[in-house]
Design a protein around this ligand. Structure first.
Ligand SMILES: [Zn+2]
Ligand SMILES: [Zn+2]
Length: 261
């Protein structure tokens, strides 16, 4: 079986692997769809070392083999990739900080014990059963493959403390920014402004429900000032992921406002 791996700057190779088999506590999933994350693109463009297990980590598929000790999953179940739940045994878990579980964290990096030698850019993948959750039947395969990045923005907006009626700015209209914008609207923000340099992404943001869409720099500064009587936004979500954007997020927030990185 071949899987695509990013092996260096501008280098994507089809690498041969043995057919995956499930560990006793694992499953094999036939991958239907796999999204391309900004992390994949960054690794391809930069050539920085990239863990093969996360080369393709936004996938959905059907369980095709189940380990002997696995309960609750069967052949044919449609599942999406997930972060392993807190283990309950590592030092952070035992200190009551299960949200900082070492095992969960390593699984997000694809470095947990038993991590697969390739990611989801493959016809099949073997993972621990704890790394998958059943996909909601209302979602198409294409939508279900986006559960992983969508949960990133969902979690961020839930933690951000956005309040009814807030003026919210979302910087960046890539997949994470567009997801964030939709959750912020659903969470009750009064005005949602998307700041994005790319025209195609701006029009997508508009289509998906942003109240205002604007280019970064002085157009964004002026619009936010105008909409807030010069105060600045109540909350700014930084979804660009580059250092310069952190400063502009601070600049767009009002005194006493919040910023979500
Ligand atoms: Zn990702
Ligand atoms: Zn733990």
């Amino acid at each position: 079986m071949f899987a695509a791996l990013i092996t260096g700057k501008g280098s994507l190779e089809m690498v041969e692997f043995p057919e995956p088999t499930p560990a006793a506590n694992g499953v094999v999933v036939d991958v239907s769809y796999c999204g391309v994350c900004g992390t994949d693109v960054h690794a391809y463009q930069s050539g920085q070392p990239y863990n093969p297990a996360i080369c393709g980590h936004e996938w959905v598929g059907h369980v095709s083999a189940v380990g002997a000790d696995v309960k609750g999953l069967r052949d044919g179940d449609r599942v999406v990739v997930a972060i392993a739940p807190a283990c309950g045994r590592c030092a952070p878990c035992r200190a009551g900080q299960s949200d900082r579980c070492t095992v969960s964290f390593l699984s997000a990096l694809g470095r947990e014990s038993g991590a697969p030698p390739h990611g989801g850019f493959a016809p099949r993948i073997a993972v621990a059963a704890s790394r998958v959750v059943k996909a909601h039947s209302a979602l198409s395969d294409e939508q279900a493959a986006q559960v992983e990045p969508t949960t990133v923005s969902f979690h961020a907006v839930r933690r951000s403390g956005v309040r009814l009626g807030d003026v919210a700015v979302v910087q960046g209209a890539g997949p994470i920014g567009l997801g964030t914008m939709q959750w912020v609207r659903a969470a009750g923000a009064g005005v949602v402004i998307v700041v994005e340099p790319n025209e195609r992404r701006r029009s997508l943001a508009r289509e998906l429900g942003a109240h205002h869409v604007v280019e970064p720099g002085s157009p964004a500064d002026e619009l936010v000032k105008e909409l807030t009587h010069g105060l600045g936004a109540d909350i700014v979500y930084e979804c660009v992921g580059r250092p310069f954007a952190v400063q502009s997020a601070v600049d767009l927030a009002r005194r006493g406002g919040s910023m979500c990185l």
